[in-house]
Design a protein around this ligand. Structure first.
Ligand code: IMP
Ligand code: MG
Length: 178
């Protein structure tokens, strides 16, 4: 099998969309300090670029959760591999994730952050794949809605590879010729 990646969203387009999201979030949170909770590993490219486009005071924390193994199908099992460094009590929290697929990971996480005493909990996702939703998740800030294809780049991986691509592409698998 040979893998190839076909560009879906260019680096320039993503940069422009992140600027727009940054302006919108800065307006919505004017007068407050925002705590960005960047979801590792996939959300870190998007989260760091977004943080640079915010004109309000920003705090950063990171969490690693997953419901995927080395495949393109959700196992439905949530693992917390790395928890936050600090509490979120009384804080305006914005969770930054690469993609909302089935929504299982996020529905669990958003509830957990409320339970821990955050003043507000919102979600910003670079990509939304609504066709595959199983758990209802309100996405407050969304970069792009995409069709049900497996995508890589800009933080998104296939078997831990391709995260470093500066654009988002659809991964395709071709049978090798004999
Ligand atoms: P959910 O719990 O099914 O919404 O899982 C979301 C997580 O699955 C994301 O944070 C990604 O790590 C991963 N994921 C879902 N769709 C894709 C994809 O198209 N490419 C790469 N990773 C994906
Ligand atoms: Mg992820």
């Amino acid at each position: 099998m040979t893998e190839s990646v076909r560009e879906l969203i260019s680096e320039e387009e993503i940069g422009k969309r992140i600027r727009e999201l940054g302006e919108q979030i800065s307006r919505d949170y004017a007068g407050s300090t925002i705590k960005l909770i960047i979801i590792l590993k996939g959300g870190c490219f998007f989260g760091c670029e977004l943080a640079k486009r915010l004109s309000i005071p920003v705090e950063l924390d990171f969490m690693a959760v997953s419901s995927y193994g080395n495949s393109t199908e959700s196992s439905g099992v949530l693992n917390v591999q790395k928890d936050l460094d600090d509490h979120v009590i009384g804080q305006d929290v914005l969770v930054v994730e690469d993609i909302i697929d089935t929504g299982r990971t996020m529905s669990y996480l958003l509830e957990e952050l409320k339970r821990r005493g955050a003043k507000s909990v919102s979600l910003c996702a670079l990509l939304d794949k609504p066709d595959r939703r199983v758990a209802e998740v309100p996405i407050d800030y969304c970069g792009y809605r995409i069709p049900d294809k497996f995508v890589v780049g800009y933080g998104l991986d296939y078997a831990q590879r391709y995260r470093n691509l500066p654009y988002i592409g659809i991964i395709e698998f071709l049978e090798d010729e004999e």
